[in-house]
Design a protein around this ligand. Structure first.
Ligand code: GLC
Ligand code: CA
Length: 528
């Protein structure tokens, strides 16, 4: 069967997904580390928040060199996080609450502790070497080519016993699998079925576009890095979007559809221009439209337009997201403190009014900020492999505060795996619940309003004329207005105010007053 959709609208169209970073979400046994029973115990919280599905970050047995993205066994649960029975319980409890669960699949690399890689290192002619990329260095003793690791330094590490090098696009403890070897796709089909058999509703696919590397392992041409302006090897030449990757996803689509066509495949692919090659009826359902623009109306408008125009299929709309476990927290990016939080609210109204899916990252609903951890508390390989030049991603992974006034903000009786800064419990769930103006209640209200809208409003929108620094769009009878400026603006607008980012937003006569960094949803027809 081709195509992921039947006659009715599948559940995931327009759905709200919530990323659970397991290690930091909720700790059920007070060892300072989040776990699967912890997630299960907080499903009512997520239901009340108003999400449709959770994406659970990797919980497999792993030496945790990249916090679970280094998988040593794809068929089990890391004892720190629980057992297979705990996974089953999570699925059952989630489904009882009509929450869907996506599992995080890591196909690009294994852990260096995976039995395949251990065998590969055991002898220079072990057949398991063919499951990875082993290659001779250059005659001058340097690595086989100029490819770089995303965490800094060469993408090759020398296996001293054979003198050959092995490839790792990430940490040396994450050797890349050789997808040209048919045993690799065969194994992943088994893995795919394993969690689907246990009730998973789909997958988030890690590093989804990089599985195949050019067979000749040629040097990459140098290009200018748009971020730093410095020359760097061009990964699109040899790694990204190699044609056979699409065959893999066609096969996965068939497998997934064999269970239930509405099970979803979400690819970790960010560049909008490349997504349309993957988001197809016979491949993936979604990728991420991650908006990281500075707080500037024209930049946000451009980002939104680039993402929406990148997709071509009927009914296709982006999966809007502002943060995940790899990027600096949104409130901090938008300026931090009170202003950062006001802007984060306005950004939420801007994105959640659009057609398409939404991915939230845990803690965003509490308005958490990036934590500046002391160096000796940092754990991210990105920090270590860049020699401390990159601060790494620990700052957005500090465990969630659940209870005000309790030790470790009620996350755990034991010291959490990443330390919490002073005052972290001010953001606790129980300090915000029921407080009309809190970030948490704002999220709950926005999601509750959005739910009936996402099915009834047109699957499209149009920008309306607005003063510079202000964005206004309409979707049928629904209007969204956001003021990016540091000064108040007055617009002419009719309609009923559905929700606003702060109580100073006013609709009077034919005017809408928007204080600095604010936004509003309006009902133009009176019937929404
Ligand atoms: C993805 C993950 C990131 C991880 C990397 C390597 O980008 O989101 O956390 O470090 O893949 O698996
Ligand atoms: Ca625990």
């Amino acid at each position: 069967m081709r195509g992921g959709e039947g006659w009715t609208r599948p559940w995931w169209r327009g759905a709200v997904f919530y990323e659970v970073y397991v290690r930091s979400f909720a700790d059920s046994n007070d060892d300072g580390i989040g776990d699967l029973p912890g997630v299960t115990s907080r499903l009512d919280y997520l239901k009340r928040l108003g999400v449709d599905a959770i994406w659970v970050t990797p919980f497999y047995p792993s030496p945790q060199k990249d916090h679970g993205y280094d998988v040593a066994d794809y068929y089990d649960v890391n004892p720190e996080y629980g057992t297979l029975q705990d996974f089953d319980q999570l699925i059952q409890s989630a489904h009882e609450r009509r929450l869907q669960v996506l599992v995080d699949l890591v196909p690009n690399h294994t852990s260096d502790q995976h039995p395949w890689f251990r065998a590969a290192l055991s002898s220079p002619d072990d057949p398991h070497r063919a499951l990875y990329y082993f290659a001779d260095g250059k005659p001058d003793g340097s690595p086989p080519n100029n490819w770089e690791s995303a965490f800094g330094g060469p993408a090759w590490t020398k296996d001293e016993s054979s003198g050959q090098w092995y490839l790792h696009l990430f940490a040396p403890e994450q050797p890349d699998l050789n997808w040209w070897n048919p045993d690799v796709p065969k194994e992943f089909e088994k893995i795919l079925r394993f969690w689907l058999d246990r009730g998973a509703d789909g997958y988030r696919i890690d590093v989804a576009s990089a599985l195949f590397k050019r067979k000749d392992l040629a040097d990459q041409p140098m290009v200018k890095d748009p971020m730093t302006g410095q020359a760097k090897p061009d990964a699109t030449f040899a790694i990204i979007d190699q044609p056979p990757v699409h065959e893999v996803y066609r096969r996965w689509r068939e497998i997934v559809n064999g269970y239930r066509p509405d099970r979803v495949l979400v690819g970790e692919i960010f560049e909008p221009q490349r997504q349309s090659r993957y988001i197809l009826p016979d491949q993936l359902n979604m990728a991420f439209a991650l908006i990281r623009a500075k707080w500037d109306a024209s930049l946000w408008k451009r980002s939104i337009d680039v993402d929406r125009h990148a997709l071509h299929g009927p009914g296709q709309m982006p999966s809007w997201t502002v943060s995940n476990h790899d990027v600096v927290r949104q409130v901090t990016r938008l300026g931090g403190g009170f202003v950062g939080r006001q802007r984060a609210r306005a950004a939420l109204l801007l994105l959640l009014g659009l057609p398409g899916q939404v991915f939230l990252y845990q803690g965003g609903e509490l308005g958490l900020e990036e934590v500046n951890l002391p160096d000796d508390a940092r754990q991210d390989p990105f920090f270590f492999h860049s020699g401390g030049k990159q601060r790494g991603r620990d700052g957005c992974r500090v465990p969630l505060p659940w209870h005000k006034g309790q030790p470790n903000a009620g996350f755990s009786k034991a010291a959490p795996w990443l330390p919490m800064p002073a005052g972290w419990d001010d953001f606790a769930v129980d300090a915000q619940a029921g407080m009309a103006e809190s970030m948490l209640v704002f999220h709950q209200r926005v999601l509750a309003l959005r739910r009936p809208l996402s099915g009834s409003l047109p699957n499209d929108f149009k920008w309306c004329p607005a003063p510079e620094g202000v964005l206004v769009y309409e979707r049928g009878p629904f209007r969204v207005a956001v003021n990016f400026l540091a000064r108040p603006v007055e617009l002419s607008s009719r309609g009923r105010l559905l929700i606003a980012t702060n109580p100073m937003v006013r609709r009077r006569a034919d005017r809408l007053s928007l204080p600095p960094n604010s936004g509003a949803w309006l009902d133009l027809a009176g019937g929404i």
